[in-house]
Ligand binder design. Structure first.
Ligand code: HSE
Length: 381
């Protein structure tokens, strides 16, 4: 029986404990949560709970550490210590893993253990394991995804109910989709971490999060949504990645999609992600990208894959630079500083809104550094 040390008993951790304790299937009955690390004496509600990580690390029976704490520290140090003590580890913490990917994957490799992260991208959607399975047959060429439930909830409400940004953000927070600091959701950082982890699973590439251009929806207005609608389009926040020769493209940006695009129909807080490979073509996955039980489901799937000794996740990752110079688009821009964009304007919609000529993502990224409150949106062909 796999004996698990669970770190954190919040939204995700409590879901993991519940699924394992209920043991509804024969497979799940083979898992056992032996200890649970909590932060505060007030949280202690079960005899397995402890305030000391040493109780988990020094327990020789515990073979797997499952990190559902969130945040960078102490989650990072705890996972590193677990790997260095010969434990397999599972994490749902995209920010921590994307930030320390190289170090943690190297530690897993050196200690001949595995580090699994299904739940950290797309919540309950079996995305990382699907990439691994597809890669047994074929190389992944590209992927794109709606990977943040909060912003999809906001954009869907603005589009369908003509609602305000702030009203929809408050609803998403109330429903428990948003991060503790929703800046990570609305500024595209959460999708950036998920894009970095998807590039690792799809291309064996370790990208530095700060190298991946990321634009969010903080500055979107009702007028932008209305413009998209008038032109038969829908705005979605998308993370994309592609491997082309030695280059890895990766970026996060709102995009105006045609109404019949698969992603245009993905509403509410639902996530969707698709990848393309030459033999499979394009395959899409849709589901709950956040929430206690869907995310916990993905954590438990990782635990079962470890139990089955499925070592698909043992891949050798390499540090790579992000290269977006040949990703070219038309961009829709709302700006308080239209003069910054003079050299690339194709059409002025009004004093503050313009469409650019087709330019590279590298070029627009450099120009946008002069106007940090612009709303930018790729216009897909
Ligand atoms: N804040 C994230 C979201 C949670 O809204 O998708 C899941 O990663």
């Amino acid at each position: 029986m796999m004996k698990i040390g669970l770190l954190g008993h919040g939204v995700v951790g409590s879901g993991v404990r519940r699924i394992i304790d209920e043991g509804r299937t024969e497979e799940v009955s083979g898992l056992s949560v032996k200890r649970i690390l909590v932060k505060d004496q007030k949280e202690v509600s079960d005899e397995r709970m402890t305030l000391s990580y040493a109780d988990i690390l020094e327990d020789e029976e515990i073979d797997t550490v499952c990190e559902c704490m969130g945040g960078l520290e102490p989650a990072h140090t705890f996972v590193l210590d677990a790997l260095n003590h010969g434990r397999n580890a599972v994490t749902s913490n995209k920010k921590m893993l994307a930030t320390y990917l190289d170090e943690l994957m190297s530690a897993a490799e050196e200690n001949h253990v595995l580090l699994m992260y299904e739940a950290s991208v797309g919540g309950g959607i079996p995305w990382i394991s699907s990439l691994n399975e597809i890669r047994r047959v074929d190389e992944i060429e590209s992927f794109r995804g709606i990977l943040n439930g909060t912003t999809n909830y906001i954009l869907s409400g603005m589009n369908e109910k003509d609602a305000d940004f702030d009203e929809m953000l408050a609803e998403a927070q109330k429903l428990g989709y948003a991060e503790r600091n929703p800046a990570d959701d609305i500024d595209g950082m959460d999708v950036r971490y998920k894009t970095v982890l998807s590039c690792a699973a799809a291309f064996d590439a370790v990208l530095k999060p700060q190298d991946v251009p990321a634009y969010g929806v903080r500055y979107i207005s009702k007028e932008d949504m209305a413009y998209a609608k008038e032109h038969g389009r829908v705005i979605k926040l998308i993370g994309e990645g592609a491997a082309s020769g030695h280059a890895v493209h990766a970026f996060v940006m709102p995009q105006m999609l045609a109404q019949n695009d698969y992603f245009s129909m993905i509403s509410s807080n639902i996530n969707a992600v698709e990848c393309t490979s030459s033999t499979l073509g394009t395959a899409g996955f849709t589901g709950q990208g956040a929430g206690s039980l869907p995310t916990a489901h993905a954590v438990v799937q990782d635990l079962l894959n470890l139990e089955d000794h499925r070592t698909m996740a043992r891949r050798y990752l390499t540090a790579r630079d992000v290269d977006n110079h040949d990703v070219c688009r038309v961009f829709y821009i709302r700006t308080a500083k239209p003069e910054v964009f003079t050299g690339i304007v194709d059409q002025k919609i009004n004093e503050h809104v313009l469409l650019t000529k087709k330019v590279s993502l590298e070029e627009i990224d450099a120009i946008l550094k002069q106007d940090e409150t612009a709303f930018v949106c790729g216009v897909n062909e």
